[in-house]
Design a protein around this ligand. Structure first.
Ligand SMILES: Cc1cc2nc3c(=O)[nH]c(=O)nc-3n(C[C@H](O)[C@H](O)[C@H](O)COP(=O)(O)OP(=O)(O)OC[C@H]3O[C@@H](n4cnc5c(N)ncnc54)[C@H](O)[C@@H]3O)c2cc1C
Length: 464
C-alpha cells in the first residue's frame, strides 16, 4: 500500500460520503454490509472499510471523487464472479443496482448499466433473433466480463465480447465522467477493452448484438474411465474445425451436491461442450466423430435457443467457494494428454473439481479492423482453466494440485493467460501473465496517467 493512502477511514469521512451519495453507505458494523459485499466466490473475503451501493452513475462519480479526495483505495464489484483476490479495507462500489438494459433491434445494439448480468440482455434480445456474446454462464456481469476481453461460448465464430463494444461511460480516478468511443478519447476506449478495471469505473456500456436464430449445441458426457480416448479424439478433432464450431473439453470431479444433476453426482466424467452456428444438418455432421466414441453417459446436443446457452457448460448456478487459475496452452498432443492424466486422470487422487481446455482461434484471433485494444489471448490455440472447491475434505490440497498439473504440463503450458482467467494470483504476477510485454507497457503507462495514486488496486489491478 502506498504511504499516502490511509489504512482505515475516520467515521467523519464516512459521514461525508453519506452526504454525497443517494444509495446505502455501509461499514462492517451496519446491517446489510454482508449482503452488499457478497461475492459469487465464497472463498474470497471481501472486507472493505466501507461499501457504497450505487443507485446511479452520479453515485459512482461521487464515490470515486470522495475516494480520490480522501486517498482511499477503491474496488468495484457487480456480481463477485471475479472475486479471486481478497479485498481488505478501502471503499467498494457495488454496481448491482445499475440495472438499465435496453435492446434496440433496429441498430442491433444493447445498452447496459454496470450491474447487468448476461441473462437480462438475452431475455431482451433473443426474441428479436439477436444475441450478446456471453460466456459459459449468463450469471456473469456484462461489463466486468467485457472489460477483461470476454471469451464467449461462440468465440470462434464472433470473436471476443470486447471486439463488439461501441462505447463506455466511465468515471476515471480523478472523478471525471467521460463518454468514450472510437471517436471520443479513442485511446482510453481501446485501453478499457481488455484492460479490466484498471483505469476507471464503468457506469454504462453500449455494444453490438449478433443476429442468431438459435444454434446447435449442448453437452456430451463420457465416463471418466474413457478420459484418454476422449481427450485424444478431441485434440485431433479440434485440429481443423471450421469457425462455426466453438468447443471445450473438461475433466469433472463432481461433488455429491444437489446442484449437480443426478446421473453425474459424485462421479468423475469427461464433458464435451459444443456450440455450432452452422445449419443443424452440418452441425450434426461436424460433431459425428465425437459422437462415435463409446458409452456416453449423457448427450444433450441438438438445436437450441441461445437463451438456454448455460446448458452447454453447466457452470454451478449458485455461489460456491473455490480457487481457480488459467493459462494459455500451446497444444494438446499425446504427451500433454499423458501429463494431464497422470495428475488428474481416472487413476489419480486429484482434488480439482474442473480442468477445462477451451479451443481458441477463429474470429478470436482477429482484432476489429482499425482498432487497438488490450485483449489477451488472440494468439493462443487453447486455454486451460483449473478450479478446486476449497471445502473439506480436499480443499487444502487445491493450490498445490493446481501447481502440480501446470508443472506436469511443462512446455505445453504458456506463462501467459487471458485476463478473465487469471484467478487467484497476486497483482505483480497477474500483470506479467495477462498482458504481453507491449500491452503491459501501454497499460502501465495509462495507469500512471489515469490513476497515479493507484486507487484502483484490488483484484487484477496492475501497479503504476
Ligand atoms: C462460473 C464462472 C464462469 C466464467 N466464465 C467465463 C467465460 O466463459 N469467459 C470469460 O471471459 N470469463 C469467464 N469468467 C470470468 C469472468 O468473466 C470474470 O471474472 C469477470 O470479471 C466477472 O465480472 P463480474 O462483473 O461478473 O464480476 P465482479 O467480481 O463483480 O467484477 C470482477 C472485476 O471486474 C472489474 N469490474 C467489474 N465491474 C466493473 C466496472 N463497472 N468498472 C470497472 N471495472 C469493473 C473489476 O476489476 C472487478 O474486480 C467466468 C467466471 C466464473 C466465476
Amino acid at each position: 500500500m502506498s504511504p499516502s493512502i490511509s489504512p482505515s477511514i475516520p467515521p467523519a469521512d464516512v459521514g461525508d460520503l453519506r452526504q454525497h451519495v443517494a444509495g446505502p453507505v455501509l461499514t462492517p458494523q451496519d446491517d446489510g454490509y454482508e449482503t452488499e459485499t457478497a461475492a459469487y466466490n465464497l472463498a474470497t473475503p471481501i472486507r472493505p472499510d466501507v461499501v457504497v451501493g450505487a443507485q446511479d452513475a452520479d453515485d459512482v462519480a461521487a464515490a470515486v471523487a470522495w475516494a480520490a479526495a480522501h486517498h482511499v483505495p477503491l474496488g468495484v464489484q457487480a456480481t463477485g464472479h471475479g472475486a479471486d483476490v481478497p479485498m481488505q479495507g478501502g471503499l467498494l462500489i457495488s454496481t448491482a443496482r445499475l440495472q438499465e438494459c435496453t435492446v434496440d433491434p433496429q441498430s442491433r445494439t444493447a445498452r447496459v448499466g454496470a450491474g447487468v448480468r448476461w441473462r437480462s440482455v438475452l431475455e431482451a434480445s433473443v426474441p428479436h433473433g439477436l444475441v450478446g456474446l456471453s460466456g459459459s454462464t449468463t450469471d456473469v456481469g456484462v461489463v466486468g466480463y467485457t472489460l477483461g476481453g470476454g471469451l464467449p461460448v461462440l468465440g470462434r465464430t464472433f470473436g471476443f465480447a470486447a471486439d463488439h463494444v461501441r462505447s463506455f461511460e466511465v468515471v476515471t480516478p480523478d472523478g471525471r465522467r467521460r463518454a468514450v468511443d472510437a471517436a471520443h478519447e479513442p485511446e482510453l476506449f481501446g485501453l478499457l477493452r481488455g484492460g479490466k478495471g484498471n483505469l476507471g469505473v464503468v457506469t454504462a456500456m453500449e455494444f453490438e448484438l449478433l443476429p442468431l436464430d438459435g444454434l446447435y449445441g449442448g453437452a456430451v458426457i463420457y465416463p471418466g474411465a474413457h478420459a484418454r480416448e476422449v481427450l485424444t479424439a478431441w485434440s485431433r478433432w479440434t485440429a481443423d474445425l471450421p469457425e462455426s464450431v466453438s468447443t471445450s473439453i473438461a475433466l469433472l470431479r463432481l461433488p455429491a451436491m444437489d446442484i449437480v444433476p443426478e446421473p453425474l453426482r459424485d462421479r468423475f466424467v469427461v464433458h464435451l461442450r459444443y456450440a455450432c452456428t452452422a445449419p443443424a444438418e452440418e452441425a450434426e455432421r461436424l460433431l459425428a466423430p465425437m459422437r462415435a466414441l463409446p458409452d456416453p453417459v449423457m448427450d444433450t446436443v441438438g438445436p437450441m435457443s441461445y437463451r438456454d446457452v448455460d446448458a452447454i457448460h453447466m457452470d454451478p448456478p449458485v455461489p460456491i467457494p473455490y480457487r481457480e487459475t488459467g493459462r494459455l496452452l500451446e497444444d494438446v498432443d499425446d504427451d500433454a494428454v499423458d501429463a494431464l492424466l497422470a495428475q488428474a486422470g481416472p487413476d489419480a487422487d486429484c482434488p480439482l473439481a474442473l480442468i477445462e481446455i477451451r479451443l481458441l482461434g477463429g474470429a478470436l484471433s482477429r482484432a476489429a479492423e482499425g482498432t487497438t485494444d488490450l485483449v489477451a489471448g488472440r494468439d493462443g490455440r487453447y486455454v486451460i482453466g483449473l478450479v478446486g472447491l476449497t471445502v473439506p475434505p480436499h480443499g487444502d490440497r487445491v493450490p498445490a494440485a493446481i501447481e502440480d498439473v501446470l508443472t506436469a504440463l511443462g512446455g505445453h503450458v504458456s506463462e501467459r493467460t487471458l485476463v478473465n482467467f487469471l484467478g487467484s494470483v497476486d497483482g505483480d504476477e497477474a500483470f506479467s501473465r495477462a498482458w504481453s510485454s507491449d500491452a503491459g507497457s501501454r497499460l502501465r503507462a495509462a495507469k500512471d496517467a489515469y490513476d497515479p495514486e493507484n486507487l484502483l488496486r484490488f483484484q487484477h489491478a496492475v501497479r503504476p
